[in-house]
Design a protein around this ligand. Structure first.
Ligand code: ATP
Length: 363
């Protein structure tokens, strides 16, 4: 097992495109770290640089104590699982699993032992003598995982391994990957653009945008203390509500918006610098409470309910307050109807504040 350390690692493609500006962080030995961000943010590039499939334009990359900038992929002791798991169609599952080992000259007894262990861990025992064509998509993806597992590498690199699976299979395979990680205790780097996958799998998550690391933290810290507006908007579905206005102080702090104002009910010291200046206030949909469903809560604004979306265990209220679109998650038994006005409140401690100019969190 090994840690992976990046020190000011950069990637500039030959056409001049800067895919990764300057990344410095460490993936701890045995950690499952997720790289997440929108399409084109540079996550695959970063993973391929760890694998050695993409050259490093600047900085230093280490696996364990070894600088690997110029080390060939096959000498890095890594295994990669891709989105398009190319299994050999003419080989059985057993042969597919053992192929890489045989190629490396591992003796047959050892190959059999490792294939049996991987097959056991992945529940493929019944399928060992089948060809890939006779497997379901989920089973094929498990074989692809198994091919990485038998190698027993220091570091596993997974690039959107679930994106070809249907929703139900994605969920069960996701749990499978978490289980494998716990059992083998290997360092894993997992790339996805899916925030749910990132939140559920990652011990820590790197949020990337435009080749720049936006934040690196545990899932709950990212959710509860997003470092900037990008992270606040990227994680969480429906996305965080944002109120744009000017901060005023009279009796207490108020956010004055184009139409109306909200009494904030807090006086965070960091906000002193924003009095009479533009400010963005954020509130997660689960923290924007209707007075109808929470009788004890003080009404701080009213909004018009446009669309009510039941999703089973809860209901999304899509509302409008002047120019701002708002979403609230309410209990499934809520009787709020579209076309009505509702009173809304919140617990002041749940507010997030952002600087409109720098987009950074204020606290
Ligand atoms: P996706 O989720 O769509 O796979 P990503 O976050 O993995 O996206 P990358 O594939 O790492 O993104 O690409 C990052 C940026 O670098 C993109 O803007 C992409 O167009 C660009 N890029 C990727 N490969 C090359 C290349 N060989 N030459 C020039 N630019 C490239």
């Amino acid at each position: 097992m090994a840690a992976v350390t990046l020190d000011k690692v950069r990637k500039v493609y030959p056409n001049g495109h800067v895919a990764l500006k300057e990344a410095s962080f460490e993936i701890a030995d045995g950690e499952l770290l997720v790289l997440v961000g929108p399409s084109g943010c540079g996550k695959t590039t970063l993973l391929r640089m760890i694998a050695g499939l993409e050259s490093i334009s600047g900085g230093t990359m280490r696996i364990g104590d070894r600088v690997v900038n110029d080390v060939a992929p096959k000498d890095r002791d890594i295994a990669m699982v891709f989105q398009n798991y190319a299994l050999y169609p003419h080989m059985t599952v057993r042969e597919n699993l053992g192929f890489g080992l045989r190629l490396r000259g591992v003796d047959k007894a050892e190959v059999d032992k490792r294939v049996a262990a991987a097959s056991d861990m992945l529940g493929l025992d019944e399928r060992l003598d089948h060809r890939p064509a006779a497997l379901s998509g989920g089973q094929r993806q498990r074989v692809a995982l198994g091919r990485a597992l038998v190698r027993d590498p220091s570091v596993f690199l997974l690039d959107e391994p679930l994106s070809n699976l249907d929703a139900k299979l994605r969920l069960s395979t996701r749990v499978e990957i978490a289980r494998i990680h716990r059992r083998v205790g290997a360092t894993m780097v997992y790339v996805t653009h899916d925030q749910i996958e990132a939140m559920t799998l990652g011990q820590r998550i790197v949020v990337l945008n435009g080749g720049v690391i936006q934040q690196l933290d545990t899932p709950m810290n990212l959710y509860n203390k997003p470092a900037n507006l990008f992270v606040a908007g990227f994680l969480g579905s429906p996305a965080m509500n944002l109120f744009h206005g000017t901060l005023r102080r009279d009796d207490g702090l108020r956010l004055v918006m184009a139409d109306g104002s909200i009494t904030l009910g807090v006086d965070a010291p960091a906000l002193a610098a924003y009095i009479d200046k533009p400010l963005i206030v954020g509130l997660r949909p689960e923290d924007l409470l209707t007075t109808a469903d929470h009788p004890g809560i003080t009404e701080r604004l009213r909004a018009h309910v446009e669309v009510v979306e039941p999703v089973g265990n809860e209901v999304f209220l899509n509302m409008r307050h002047a120019d701002e679109e708002l979403v609230s998650r309410v209990p499934p038994h809520s009787s709020i109807q579209p076309g009505t006005d509702v009173g809304l409140g919140f617990h002041a401690g749940r507010l997030h504040f952002f600087d409109p100019e720098t987009t950074s969190r204020i606290d």
